[in-house]
Design a protein around this ligand. Structure first.
Ligand code: F6R
Length: 594
């Protein structure tokens, strides 16, 4: 979480950093700040609680146009309250820093620094690094060496950008947190950021440094050093498209809605991207572990059911935060799939490292090319979802499941993808039809948004989308919602059912009768039933409100179709609630802390 940006080069440095922060705001929006070198070479600091717009308002009457070096930050608070003082950048004497991550031994280091006379202004762990750095600089008299010495003393995952009044460059270093640098040799500029998206259109070449590589950015060049000060080649270099158009909402009120509506086209693109020869560098596994967090984990649950049925191998679906600490049983011939939109989720990365260290082959289903996960695994399968800006994940879920479905077919050694291709086309067509029924979702949302709580229920292949539906609703509408296996309600949660409780009951053709009985049980206790299922009278008649779907031909892909209905419902409920749909409170898109 937190977005960091740094720039050195032409005079409009602050503008570029602000544009970078705008593109990174999905990473956190508790506060934002910028520090730049002014005309007299002094560091000028501006920071403000709340979204980036508060900072840009603060800067309205400030003359920053001539600055050619600046660092900026958008915060997702970890250490210390959300306020101006805890906002980044942090400034001490001639040094300014921005930080993404957590310093795990901050308390211990802080005691030492206080004893040495360092006066802390904020409650952040970041200031601990600033204190260390300033003491090291007093001794070393060299910013590179001081950065290295200070960085070696901290534990945890962090990325820093450091600006010094006395240096003609900016320095950046990271361990376990995302960071990418870029250069534009023609314009004589260099930039750094938490995500390549913030650099697009500004630089032509990007570099993903490995952990513990110090990058020294100057006008039009970057030099890399290992922590012992020797030049380093531990980075991945890539060219970047320079003619970039920032993603906009277009005709849509929110990015989330736009991303929901992009799904049919993305499914069609996936067909073009994958239904050729799929190169598998990996053997068919004896057992499979599928690992992810949140929405990516639920996508993994859908994928896992498909793989187990199709390949007849045992599949375990694992939450990365649990898997990494449970000392999992990993055997020769096992394969582990890591699913992630960002490719930067700390728990997912740690789980992948654990498998790699134990000699297990790993592959990713990931959206961000060049991300930490992308660079760590044996083979990557990109989901081709494009930039997902809405903090609540929508289109990535669909693409993750479909990519998993395709790879499964390749492992089954089926070279004829024609019937799967047809199923994908049918899915995109059905989702298109559903998206044309916006009025139905608006109407239902207007009738239920004020109820006391929501249970999403489903069985079998629909259980994971019941979980995902509840997650989406609570994230963006701030209402209490739970996802449950429909057959489990009677084992406890049914105690909560009364006339204030809504049951969003997902009923597919699989286990139709059984799911219907579960609905009857809720109905008998006065629960409000919103049915999502096939247009049949037994179902429609017991539902208070109904969303008819056509399942024929979709089979194992039908959970994705249902999920779009859930997405639309959550979106319209959130609209009634008046929440900040694209940037819900307390959340950040890329969870780079444990
Ligand atoms: C929910 C959501 C999160 C993410 C989770 C994993 O809408 O977006 O639950 O799915 O934080 O993130 P990635 O996929 O980037 O690893």
């Amino acid at each position: 979480m937190c977005g960091i940006v740094g720039h050195i080069g032409s005079n409009n440095s602050v503008e570029k950093v602000l544009e970078g922060l705008k593109r990174l705001e999905y990473r956190g929006y508790d506060s934002a700040g910028v520090c730049f070198k002014d005309q007299s070479g002094e560091l000028s600091l501006y920071k403000k609680t709340g979204k980036l717009v508060n900072l840009t308002n603060l800067l309205k009457n400030i003359d920053y146009g001539s600055s050619s070096s600046s660092v900026g930050h958008t915060r997702w608070a970890t250490h210390g309250a959300v306020n101006d003082i805890n906002s980044h950048p942090h400034l001490y004497k001639n040094l300014a820093i921005v930080h993404n991550g957590i310093i795990e031994n901050a308390d211990e280091l802080k005691k030492d620094l206080v004893a040495k006379g360092f006066k802390f202004k904020s409650e952040t762990d970041t200031e601990v690094f600033l204190g260390l750095l300033s003491f090291e600089l007093e001794q070393e008299k060299d910013l590179l060496k001081a950065t290295s010495s200070a960085f070696k003393k901290i534990k945890g995952s962090s990325a820093f950008v450091i600006q010094s009044k006395d240096s003609d460059g900016i320095i950046t270093v990271k361990n376990g947190a995302p960071l990418v640098c870029g250069v534009n040799e023609i314009l004589g500029e260099a930039m750094v950021s938490s995500d390549p998206y913030a650099l697009m259109g500004f630089v032509e070449k990007i570099f993903f440094p490995d952990d513990d590589v110090i990058c020294f950015l100057k006008k039009g060049e970057i030099n890399f050093y290992d922590l012992d000060g020797t030049p380093s080649n531990r980075y991945l270099a890539k060219d970047l498209e320079t003619n970039f158009e920032a993603t906009t909402k277009g005709q849509f009120e929110h990015y989330m809605l736009k991303e929901i509506y992009e799904q049919p086209a993305l499914i069609r693109n996936l067909v073009d991207n994958y239904f050729k020869d799929i190169d598998l560098n990996l053997e068919k596994p004896k057992r499979l572990h599928i690992v992810g967090c949140g929405t990516a984990f639920y996508a993994g649950m859908v994928v896992g059911q498909i793989w187990e049925k199709r390949l007849k191998i045992p599949v375990s679906m694992e939450l990365a935060s649990e898997f990494r600490y449970k000392d999992p049983l990993l055997l020769p011939g096992d394969l582990a799939i890591f699913i992630s939109q960002s490719g930067e989720t700390a728990d997912t990365l740690a789980a992948q490292k654990l498998c790699k260290d134990r000699g297990i082959k790993t592959f990713s289903i990931v959206n961000v090319e060049g991300s930490s996960l992308f660079r760590a695994v044996d083979q990557n399968f990109l989901i081709h979802a494009g930039q997902e800006i809405g903090v609540a994940s929508t289109k990535a879920f669909t693409q993750q499941v479909l990519t998993g479905r395709i790879i499964c077919e390749a492992f089954a050694d089926n070279k004829d993808f024609s019937s799967l291709k047809q199923k994908f086309s049918l899915l995109s067509h059905r989702i298109d039809e559903l998206l044309n029924k916006a009025e139905l979702f608006k109407d239902i949302a207007s009738k239920i948004y004020n109820f006391g709580g929501f249970f999403f229920t489903g069985r079998g292949i629909y259980y994971p989308v019941a979980l995902e539906g509840a997650l989406k609703l609570k994230e963006i509408a701030y209402v209490h919602a739970e996802g449950y296996a429909a057959g489990e309600l009677k084992h406890g949660p049914i105690a909560l059912i009364d006339e204030r409780m809504v049951n969003i009951a997902i009923v597919g053709p699989e286990l139709f009768e059984k799911t219907l009985s579960n609905i009857q049980e809720v109905k008998a206790r006065k629960g409000v039933i919103i049915g999502i299922g096939p247009e049949v009278s037994e179902l429609r008649n017991i539902c208070d409100l109904f969303i008819p779907l056509t399942f024929e031909g979709l089979e194992e892909l039908s959970p994705l179709y249902v999920n779009v209905a859930n997405q639309l419902l959550s979106y319209h409920i959130a609209k009634h609630k008046g929440t900040d749909i694209d940037r819900p409170r307390n959340l950040a898109k890329s969870v780079t802390v444990e």
